[in-house]
Design a protein around this ligand. Structure first.
Ligand code: EPZ
Length: 420
């Protein structure tokens, strides 16, 4: 398994272009099941998770071609309606095929996701939603077995805001008979990107971008071309790299509105940002102030930026508290950051951080995607050499991160092999 070897303390300067959003692509790709034909998904990032979704859809008969950053998708020959354990275990977002398969083919066999790096991530809202749309859903030997002659529109009021369940139910409802009203729908930009694609495919959806979606089912959809939004989490991660180590860094191909909660907290911490229409410039402040953060659903502070924020606060002046209300146990990065010299105490789902003058490089282990990003950021700042092991976690969600950071002046190299 690869590792990154980082020599900290380098100043970062220059421009970095953000890739397409992983969590948008992982919804846009299965949406192609809803209508046979050829699709163009522009700005699709080259990531392990995108490859995993391609492999899963290929087992169903979908074919792909890459034309630069555009993913060409052909769904003329979908002939299998199953998401096996081997695929779902690797990537939980595989469950996104459930809604489209049920809507288009009336049947689906999808493995339950199994464990996740940081604790329970149930799929009960997905299953309940499909049942409310009239599907017969059974759980057999670790699989969701779902059937429906034709889904029927209904009212679904989520008691928990769920990105995945919202996406899955929307993709099921667009071909249902009658109207579906979803209340407390997720409004994350990735879901809005999915709704844009479904509208382009001929779906009838009102309330895009709000917590109430009204979907009038149609009999048939058609393929479309869609542009994947920029990855707001990659952008936020690069901004924090700039805030810790620059110089002056300019992030391009970004939609600043999608990370307004992050930029607002960065400004509260004393970081000066120049925010343009599709770029953000960041420079390390003379004094970095400690600022509390509590994660929330969009447009609140994203849980996917929680780990990176803890790294930033580890070297801030003063004490701060970072609370994750979305995933209460998403803190595997904390013990590794402590090994780098951070002063952090965990209290349930709150990390209490006392800023230190410096971090000291050492060997640390990636455990999940955003934890890995937090360790990379710490390594860029730490004195001496930091080795981040098991970087395959990072490759899931960051396109060529070592090349992008290296181009800004970071000393970071990928070392292949070695079992850890
Ligand atoms: C999406 O996961 C993202 N993944 C996650 O990003 C992100 O952390 C998460 O949304 C929250 O923003 C993709 O989009 C592929 P949820 P998802 O359903 O859809 C509970 C990354 O780093 N819940 O919005 O799985 C759940 O336990 C990844 O890129 C239920 O209780 O998240 C959590 O507490 C990690 N029952 C809350 O809802 C369900 O059926 C939000 O989860 C589903 C979810």
């Amino acid at each position: 398994m690869d590792k990154f070897v980082i020599t900290g303390g380098k100043k970062l300067n220059g421009t970095v272009k953000v890739s397409g959003a992983k969590n948008a692509s992982l919804a846009l790709m299965p949406a192609t099941i809803l209508a046979s034909g050829k699709y163009e998904l522009a700005n699709t990032p080259s990531l392990r998770d995108v490859t995993s979704m391609m492999k899963l859809l290929q087992t169903m008969g979908v074919t792909f071609e890459r034309n630069g950053t555009t993913l060409l998708v052909n769904t003329f020959r979908v002939n299998k309606f199953e998401a096996p354990y081997e695929h779902v275990k690797k990537m939980r977002a595989s469950i996104y095929v459930l809604g489209p398969l049920l809507a288009r083919y009336g049947k689906a066999k999808v493995s339950l996701p199994g464990g996740c790096a940081w604790g329970p991530r149930p799929v009960d809202l997905h299953i309940e939603g499909m049942k409310k749309l009239g599907a017969a859903v059974d759980l057999e030997r670790g699989y969701i077995i779902a059937k429906a002659k034709r889904l029927k529109g209904t009212r679904i009021a989520f008691n928990v805001s769920s990105v995945g369940a919202t996406g899955n139910i929307v993709m099921a409802a667009v071909l249902a008979k009658g109207t579906t009203r979803i209340e407390n729908a997720a409004t994350e930009p990735e879901i809005t990107n999915l709704v844009e694609m479904l509208l382009a495919m001929g779906a009838k959806i009102d309330g895009m971008g709000t917590t109430t979606l009204e979907i009038e089912g149609v009999d048939e959809l058609h393929p479309a071309k869609v542009h994947t939004i920029p990855d707001r989490i990659e952008a936020g991660t690069m901004l924090i790299a700039g805030a810790m180590c620059s110089g002056k860094v300019r992030i391009e191909n970004v939609n600043p509105e999608h990370l307004s909660a992050v930029t607002a907290r960065m400004e509260d911490a004393g970081i000066s940002l120049n925010i343009g229409k599709d770029f953000i410039e960041v420079a390390a402040p003379k004094t970095l102030h400690a600022v509390d953060v509590t994660t929330a659903v969009y447009p609140g502070f994203p849980t996917d930026m929680q780990a990176q924020w803890i790294t930033l606060m580890a070297i801030a002046k003063g004490s701060s508290a970072v609370t994750d209300t979305i995933y209460r146990d998403r803190f595997n990065h904390v013990p590794e950051l402590i090994r780098l010299g951070a002063d952090i105490e965990m209290k349930d789902n709150v990390a209490v951080i006392r800023g230190v003058k410096k971090l000291m490089g050492t060997k640390v282990m990636s455990t999940d995607l955003r934890a890995s990003a937090a360790l990379i950021l710490a390594g860029l700042k730490a004195e001496g050499e930091t080795e981040v092991l098991r970087v395959y976690h990072l490759d899931r969600g960051y396109e060529a991160i070592e090349k992008k950071l290296g181009a800004l002046g970071a000393s970071i190299k990928r070392v292949a092999g070695e079992e850890f």
